[in-house]
Ligand binder design. Structure first.
Ligand code: HEM
Length: 460
């Protein structure tokens, strides 16, 4: 049985179980994980890999001195097959570009320490194949009509205007980053990324609208998007940049400015002229109350696989949820997959099922975009049913573990899935329009010039 009290204990047990290792060495590997936290990405491989690549911050004293000779790593009274360690790494973390970049110099080191020629050749092939996969992953095929440089000549300062303004906004209230990330998701999943979620129902149709559908009632940050639109249009002109593109850039910046991965956003989306009904909105947004089985089936119809589903859910590493989103797990009976101490804390926040309070979605680092959400899940501290069940369901459990122990891998898969999500059913070319007010379609907008030219830009 696992004896160490480290929160990484569950991680390690899972890692060992997946490797078919019957020895429970929680103290040893758990300590390595703790020491490495934030300093290396090579947690998954436990002993063999941290030796081969080195790991800044590891207290080697506890494990003795390790040496490598002809590919065989020895230390602490044991021999570890270095080559086997490497191949395990590549199969489990196959497309991690930055990890490979880190491994690369260590392979040169390994050569210097007389690792056998065949082993080095094989590793070089594996590295090249993986770098090839990574290079492809960085430049996915874009939907027709979108481009990486869409506003290069028409609004070259677009991205710096948004980034600078959001830095100010998040410095004042970091919780708004989560709000903007969620708006982009809710936009894309309902009727595609067309900015339809930004439209006020009363301006262009029935009150019973997309924006007022239950899942969207807790969306925040519409005013920030409109403020960004004003700033951008003031610089580049009315009709220059769509609200849906501004939303996608804002979501990316929300990720980056809270510590997440940097990535380019394909641009050229046009804004929709209508919004979805309440029912269509409800039907298209995944429910937080469903088990993974339902989540996977629903997402599969939108072309997202299990890895995508887990990576998408990783967005819950920042932000908050209201009590009614998770109190079914507390009352009348407590969900067995929820940690007991965590449950009693939540009961304090939500004394009854409909309390109007919020709590953070990632108890370890609620305002930082990192992989701690997955560590939460491994410790039964996921907030929503749809979150926690990812660690119960056999199809997604190993993916959760792999993200919990390898942030680089999570970031890579998250970027992939954001690029995929950000291109859902986009309007391009002459479709739709470029709104002059993000909450009103143009035909309803009688005040275009004063909105664009006015000086009344709110200072956040
Ligand atoms: C996979 C299915 C998903 C479900 C079932 C789900 C459900 C939810 C729920 C119920 C909340 C809390 C709402 C509240 O009570 O106020 C929430 C919050 C949030 N969701 Fe999701 N979500 C999912 C996917 C995503 C995706 C794909 C993203 C972004 C890429 C995302 C980003 C967020 C963020 C950042 C928050 C916090 C918002 C804030 O602090 O205002 N979610 N989600």
């Amino acid at each position: 049985m696992c004896s160490a009290k480290s929160e990484w204990c569950h991680v390690q047990e899972q890692v060992l179980a997946e490797r078919g290792d019957t020895k429970k060495q929680c103290g040893l590997v758990g300590d390595i994980l703790d020491t490495c936290q934030g300093k290396c990405e090579l947690l998954y491989l436990a002993e063999a890999m941290f030796v081969v690549t080195g790991c800044a911050g590891v207290n080697y004293d506890r494990y003795g001195t390790f040496t490598s000779h002809n590919g065989v790593v020895s230390g602490n009274g044991r021999k570890i097959d270095g080559f086997r360690g490497l191949s395990e790494t590549f199969s489990s973390i196959s497309t991690s570009a930055s990890l490979l970049a880190r491994i690369h110099p260590s392979i040169q080191l390994a050569m210097a320490s007389k690792m056998s020629f065949q082993i080095v050749c094989l590793i070089v092939v594996v590295v090249m194949v993986n770098l090839h996969v990574s290079a492809e992953a960085q430049q996915p095929e874009l939907v027709k009509g979108l481009s990486w440089k869409y506003y290069e000549s028409s609004c070259p300062k677009l991205e710096s205007i948004v980034r600078k303004q959001l830095e100010k906004v998040f410095n004042k209230d970091v919780s708004l980053a989560a709000a903007l990330l969620r708006v982009h998701f809710h936009d894309c999943f309902v009727q595609g990324c067309d900015g339809s979620v930004l439209l006020d129902g009363s301006a262009s149709g029935p009150v019973d609208s997309e924006k007022t559908a239950p899942p969207n009632l807790s969306l925040r940050g519409f005013d920030i998007i409109e403020d960004l639109r004003r700033r951008v249009h003031k610089q580049c002109g009315a009709g220059s940049v769509s609200c849906s593109d501004i939303t996608a850039i804002a979501a990316r910046d929300a990720v980056v400015l809270t510590g997440g991965p940097e990535y380019s956003v394909p641009l050229g989306r046009r804004d929709g002229v209508s919004f979805a009904t309440r029912d269509a909105t409800l039907a298209n947004l995944p429910s937080p109350f469903v088990p993974t089985d339902t989540l996977l089936t629903t997402l599969a119809t939108r072309n997202f696989d299990a890895t995508d589903a887990v990576a998408l859910s990783g967005a819950h590493t920042i932000g908050v949820a209201h009590c009614p989103s998770f109190t079914r797990r507390l009352y009348p009976t407590q969900d067995a997959t929820m940690d007991k101490t965590f449950a009693s804390t939540l009961k304090g926040v939500c004394p009854d099922a409909n309390t109007d309070a919020t709590t953070v979605m990632d108890i370890r680092s609620p305002n930082v975009f990192d992989n701690k959400y997955f560590v939460d899940l491994m410790n039964k501290q996921g907030l929503l049913t749809s979150d926690q069940d990812l660690y119960t369901d056999k199809r997604t459990r190993a993916i959760v573990t792999s993200f919990a122990v390898n942030q680089t891998l999570f970031f890579e898969k998250f970027v992939n899935v954001m690029l995929k999500m950000g291109q859902m059913e986009v309007l391009t070319g002459t479709q739709g329009e470029i709104r002059n007010n993000c909450s009103v379609r143009n035909s309803n907008d009688l005040l275009i010039s004063s909105v664009v030219e006015g000086d009344n830009i709110e200072s956040f």
